[in-house]
Structure formats: C-alpha cells, structure tokens
Ligand binder design. Structure first.
Ligand SMILES: Cc1cc2nc3c(=O)[nH]c(=O)nc-3n(C[C@H](O)[C@H](O)[C@H](O)COP(=O)(O)OP(=O)(O)OC[C@H]3O[C@@H](n4cnc5c(N)ncnc54)[C@H](O)[C@@H]3O)c2cc1C
Length: 266
C-alpha cells in the first residue's frame, strides 16, 4: 500500500509541474497502478480539476486529455469508428469495466509498460504526446525517453485515414498480454508494432520496403522472417520466446488480412 502525506488538487498545470519537480511528489492518474506499490509520497498532485478528461475531435486529429479513463476511450464512438475499433479492442481485456473507469490514459502512456496494450495500439497510429514542458513529440520517441518529472497533458492522434488492426493473446481473459500486435496501413505504407514481447512495444523497421499495398503471401512470409531476425522476443512466466515468435507470425498474417479487407475477426 502507498502512503500520501499531502494532497493537492492542482489549480493549473504550472502549479502541478512545479510541485512535480520534487523527488517524492507524484502526479496522480487513476491510481490503479500506484496503489499496488509501497511508495511514500510527500505530495500527491491531482489533475482532475483541470478539464483534462475530454476527448476532443477536430478536422485533423483527436486530442485526448490525460485524465480520460481507458473506458472513455473504449466507448468513444468517433474514435473507434475512425480507427476500425482497434482502440477499443486494445482496451477491452484490461481487468474489467470498473478498473477501466479508473485507470487513465495519462498514467498508462507515462508508465510505458512492456505489457501495455494501448501503447502498442497507439504506436501503429500517427500519435503524439503533449508534455507540459517538453512540448509535442511523437509517441515513438517518447516511449524510449527516460522517466522524468514532466506532465503528460494530452495524447494527439492524427486523422490520416489509415486502416488498423489490433490483436492480442492472453493466457486467461483478464491477464496481461502474452503478445500484442498492431498492424496499420496508410496508402501503401505499413506499420507493424509488437508489444509484450515481453519488452516494451517496438515498431518494425523496413515494413514499407518489404510489403506492397496488397502484399502477396511471399512478401508476408519474408516480413515474418525479417521480424524473427530483427526483433527481440523473450521468455517469462506467460510464454517462451518460441511461443511468442509463433504467435507473432500468426497475428501479423491475421492483422494484414484484416487491414486489406479480409474476413478475420479477433
Ligand atoms: C492489476 C492490473 C492489471 C493491469 N493489466 C493491464 C493489461 O492487461 N494491459 C494493459 O495495457 N495495462 C494493464 N494495466 C495497466 C493499466 O491499464 C494502467 O496503465 C495503469 O493502471 C496506469 O494508469 P493509472 O491511471 O492507474 O496511473 P497511476 O497509477 O495513477 O500512475 C502511474 C504512474 O504514472 C504517473 N502519471 C499519471 N498520470 C500522469 C500524467 N498525466 N503525467 C505524468 N505522469 C503521470 C504517476 O505519477 C505514476 O508514476 C494493469 C494494471 C493493473 C494494476
């Protein structure tokens, strides 16, 4: 159990950022993860009065405030119809509805867990994080940055008409994933993301050089071979390296099939 000495409801982001510069002060998301730990928190910083619990949409993008819950994203019709239901598919297996009504997108993306479903899914889209001090940077860069004392204010997903598919395997319904795969195609440019390897999600290099817009079986087989050589898979209690590699091959085929209009359902 964690312990909080002082609790501050931030009046604005400047105050929250200033407080967060002290080593033992902590930003609160939905606290679903924090409460599992043993931290002694000097000052807990609550962002819930800053209006960051909205999903906003304009012509170019979706802007998702850091205090939006995973459930807000899961059931948002516009977000899910735009991205082929992939965002919802990446969230529905996380614990249960009550849990997803608490856990936030800010806490999830800030944490950059190796097993993160939503990090895997968002990396296959044109996604950015808006940091209070660090500005707007691509999620693909943020995911490998060291943890610091900045505040993740919003997630921005560009509307670029890509097609996307999200697939995951779990040992049991609400467990963390054994492997997560997201596949997207923007015109003839493919992105493939592998998460829960069990290491943090990675984007596969050179997909666009290997796959044509409607790839042949030979191209897909070649890509899978390339991934087995280039991407690191590991073993843990949820699956061996070999098992994850087999799953990856199957999911990449299914994801591509779904994106090019095949019949596969997760
Ligand atoms: C039992 C359990 C099972 C889970 N299973 C899965 C799963 O299957 N798949 C999956 O993808 N995820 C899973 N998760 C992770 C979960 O979905 C959330 O990602 C996690 O709980 C963090 O979100 P939170 O809102 O609870 O963050 P918190 O616990 O509130 O915070 C986590 C960290 O993020 C920091 N933080 C929070 N918000 C911000 C912000 N705006 N800016 C900067 N720092 C911030 C906090 O200071 C803290 O260090 C699981 C978590 C638990 C506890």
């Amino acid at each position: 159990m964690f312990t909080i000495k002082n609790y501050v409801v931030a009046e604005d982001l400047a105050q929250a950022y200033e407080l967060n510069q002290k080593k033992n002060n902590v930003i609160l998301g939905g606290i679903a993860w924090l409460k599992m730990g043993e931290r002694n928190i000097q000052t807990a910083i609550d962002l819930s009065k800053l209006g960051l619990d909205k999903i906003e949409e304009d012509e170019d993008s979706f802007k998702i405030g850091c205090m939006c819950t995973l459930r807000d994203m899961e059931v948002n019709e516009s977000l899910n119809s735009y991205f082929d239901g992939a965002i919802s598919k990446s969230l529905i297996h996380i614990v249960g509805v009550q849990f997803r009504n608490c856990a936030t997108i800010g806490g999830s993306i800030y944490s950059r867990f190796g097993f993160s479903d939503i990090l895997t899914c968002l990396l296959s889209l044109d996604t950015y994080v808006e940091l209070y001090n660090g500005g707007i940077i691509p999620l693909s860069i943020f995911k490998d940055m060291p943890y610091d004392n900045d505040i993740l204010v919003r997630i921005i997903i560009k509307k670029d008409n890509r097609k996307v598919s999200y697939l995951t395997h779990r040992m049991s319904a609400t467990d963390i994933p054994t492997l997560a795969v997201a596949v997207s195609r923007l015109e003839d440019k493919w992105e493939i993301v592998l998460g829960a390897r069990p290491q943090r999600a990675v984007l596969v290099n050179k997909c666009e050089e290997i796959l044509s817009q409607n790839p042949t079986k030979e191209e897909i087989d070649f890509l899978v071979k390339h991934i087995m050589q280039e991407v690191k898979f590991g073993s843990n209690m949820r699956g061996s390296k070999k098992y994850r590699q087999i799953l990856a091959g199957v999911f990449i085929n299914r994801g591509i099939e779904e994106v090019i209009g095949g019949t596969h359902e997760n």
